[in-house]
Write a protein that binds this ligand. Structure first.
Ligand code: ZN
Length: 178
């Protein structure tokens, strides 16, 4: 498993877990019971559907409830969609990966090219992917144990340069779709 595949597996896990959870939006709730203290909870779509009825009593834990609500399934699904877009850009360049003996066979398409060749010669070194892996909690040991990318098998694919194409409505992030 290489770095790109590792991140993809983590995105798949996060997405599957979010889809099984109560749909959002989640909202933090705070109930002040006077001398009995403050209870913080989280509900999904209203009082009839508590995700967590009591995070824990005490005003210092109101922040916990807000934190949980901020990471509701719809927020995670948006994040997964954004991650997939990064993964789709920072990948083997099909122009070069199609030729297994190419010097550029393992370079990152998304990181682009300079006068002397690809800016990132091996997908494992892509700074965007390394940052994404960090966000998904990769450890130094896991990072060290990943396979160095090999050139993928030849698969002819039509290449449309972003500069030559316009983003259609369904290609835009969900937030911006009409
Ligand atoms: Zn890259």
């Amino acid at each position: 498993m290489n770095l790109h595949e590792w991140i993809t597996s983590k995105v798949n896990e996060a997405e599957a877990a979010a889809k099984q959870a109560a749909p959002g939006p989640w909202e933090a709730t705070v109930d002040d019971h006077g001398r009995k203290g403050i209870e913080a909870g989280v509900w999904a779509g209203g009082i009839d559907n508590y995700v967590v009825e009591v995070v824990v009593s005490g005003d210092t834990h109101i922040a916990d409830a807000h934190h949980i609500a901020r990471h509701s399934p719809n927020a995670i699904l948006r994040r997964c969609e954004a991650d997939r877009r990064v993964l789709a850009r920072h990948r083997f360049d099909p122009d070069h990966a199609n030729f297994g003996v190419s010097f550029y066979a393992t370079c990152c398409e998304g990181c682009g090219y300079g006068d002397c060749g690809p800016n990132v010669e091996n997908l494992d070194d892509c700074p965007e992917l390394i940052d994404l892996a960090h966000a998904h909690g990769i450890t130094a040991d896991e990072l060290a144990s990943l396979d160095r990318p090999e050139a993928p098998p030849y698969v002819p694919t039509p290449v449309v340069r972003r500069s030559q194409s316009r983003m259609t409505a369904d290609q835009a992030p969900a937030t911006f779709r009409p």
